[in-house]
Design a protein around this ligand. Structure first.
Ligand code: 5GP
Ligand code: ZN
Length: 115
């Protein structure tokens, strides 16, 4: 899948409308369309980075931005104390569905049963 037919690039470019719960120069955050917890946010780099096998400098910068945004979002959503889980899927065995790097922020219920 190229950038041209990437759903997350289209959302980031505002070709497809979605509410941004957070944005900075590098990443944006939207609600997952199929939530697995009361709070299920996707944090997504604007740049079309396919997955964790991307070029090291690009990857390190993207991951730093994703983690930094997740801390801000967790505070914004008031789940820092109650707790949350961050997930990045990599490749078919993980169930990665969208080939554009993203981080799931899950919260709002006990998550211990989710592997
Ligand atoms: P993955 O399995 O690739 O880590 O996760 C992709 C996630 O993106 C899934 O949880 C799926 O529900 C979500 N998703 C896929 N398409 C859309 C969309 O168009 N809008 C939103 N908000 N979420 C999407
Ligand atoms: Zn993309």
């Amino acid at each position: 899948m190229t950038k041209d037919d990437c759903i997350f690039c289209k959302i980031g470019d505002r070709e497809i409308p979605a509410e941004f719960l957070y944005r900075d120069d590098f990443v944006f955050a939207i609600r997952d369309i199929k939530p697995e917890a009361p709070v299920h946010i996707l944090i997504i780099p604007f740049a079309h980075i396919v997955d964790l096998s991307s070029e090291p400098t690009e990857r390190l910068h993207a991951l730093g931005s994703l983690f930094s945004a997740s801390t801000t979002l967790a505070k914004q959503l008031n789940v820092t104390e109650s707790g949350y889980r961050l997930v990045v899927n990599q490749g078919p065995d993980s169930g990665q569905w969208v080939p554009h790097l993203h981080m799931h922020l899950l919260a709002g219920r006990p998550l211990s049963a989710i592997g």
